[in-house]
Design a protein around this ligand. Structure first.
Ligand SMILES: [Zn+2]
Length: 148
């Protein structure tokens, strides 16, 4: 009984990602997350920020090519097209949920949801390969690139 109850609350949290940070398992909150208001004031975030709340997400230096290209367009099962950019790391995101291998966009990679660490909006996915290769595919429309 206990297991099914916690599974059901877990599914609910996936539907309401703003609460996902309260999950005890399956969430990784990076140490020293830069997307907090107090730190942002002392250390102005540079690079690439969340378009919704302007919290630091990643930097241009983290842009990488995966399977021959930095950016990729994918259609989800609902017919919605996402334009993703690939990044080696994204310290400002919180990764949510168990690995999924449904609808694998990058062959050989499982994925988990990646949300803004400050406002919790869905920013993309973390992709994890069997050989330990990790990267982030972030929705470029939901990011804002700072000038310097
Ligand atoms: Zn945000």
């Amino acid at each position: 009984m206990k297991i099914s109850q916690s599974y059901s609350s877990f599914k609910k949290d996936l539907l309401y990602p703003v609460f996902a940070r309260n999950l005890k398992s399956g969430v990784e909150i990076p140490e020293g997350l830069p997307g907090t208001r107090s730190q942002a004031r002392e250390n102005p975030p540079l690079g690439i920020v969340c378009a919704s709340c302007r919290a630091h997400v990643t930097t241009n230096a983290e842009r990488i090519e995966v399977q021959g290209s930095h950016d990729h367009r994918f259609m989800n099962p609902g017919g919605f097209t996402y334009h993703l950019g690939c990044f080696a790391t994204a310290l400002g995101v919180v990764v949510v949920g168990p690995d999924s291998r449904e609808y694998p966009w990058f062959s050989g990679h499982a994925w988990r949801y990646a949300h803004c660490g400050q406002c919790a909006i869905h920013l993309g996915w973390q992709f994890r390969g069997k050989g330990g290769t990790n990267f982030f595919g972030l929705i470029l429309d939901r990011l804002h690139e700072l000038d310097n």
